[in-house]
Design a protein around this ligand. Sequence first.
Ligand SMILES: [Ca+2]
Ligand SMILES: [Ca+2]
Ligand SMILES: [Ca+2]
Length: 305
Amino acid sequence: MKKIVTLASMATLAFAGGAFADEIYSNDFEDNDGGWVATATWDPVGDFEWGDYDVACFVGVEGTAPPGANSGTKVWATNLCDDYTNSGGDNFLSQTFDLTGYVNTNLQVASWLEVFYSFDTARMLVNGDVLYERTVTDAGPWEILDFDLSAYDNMASVEIVFELHATTVVARAGWYIDDINIHADPDIACLELAVDNLVGGQQASFTVSGGTPAERGVVAWGTDDSHHSNFEDVKDWCATFGFNINMSGRKFRIIGSDIFDANGQFTVKRGVPEGASGTEVMFQAAEHNTCPAECMSKVATEVIG
Ligand SMILES: [Ca+2]
Ligand SMILES: [Ca+2]
Ligand SMILES: [Ca+2]
């Protein structure tokens, strides 16, 4: 039943499949405030408040009225139904997350934002790093801000801060925040995968260790097109691969499959086409019969030499 697709198609084969990853955090703010904390430099709480917003309640006078919540009726906002305060200070909305045991962390935030740039500014910071800054005044429609937080993978304390700075004159509706989601892949590394001599026109070797003797293992490959993994559970191959492995459709993206020896190891070798040089490829090893995906290697990302 073993079928192998060689590396020959590596450079051209398109990545396919949907996203799958663990949900670390998800809140649409309809039922609760999601654990976010409002503080400020000019007031104990400042302008950020959680609750209902509807355009009918809006009494701000200096800019655009937000069109409504992104989901349902509730949001976090710098003064739900009014312009933000001409405070001469900073408003913060923050929460700290534990990303221990996670990789490929991704953050999505629904954002509607109008500040009197550049006197007033809106920024998002993660552990003090500025990942987003508003550089125009006029608001558009709600947008989904998408952030790669992989730089903070496995950190026990990752603080996300939405910050709005206001001068003492001229305000706008401010920052309306809804539907915050954080996803990541579990950092599971049961197997070790070593990739050697990955050079165009040469034989690459893929050594898998840490497996169960006499059990079958596999080395598969793909190219990255998202932070997320795909999940397949077909014919007892239960694995969260960093890329799509479609065994039911027999489109095996497999480099090789073999039986772990008495030391729990096997090596497969495959020729690398010369035309593949420069291509970034992801590799991952998995062991058969280890649902739910508890025995596999970390995804190894390599550029073919
Ligand atoms: Ca909402
Ligand atoms: Ca201002
Ligand atoms: Ca407001």
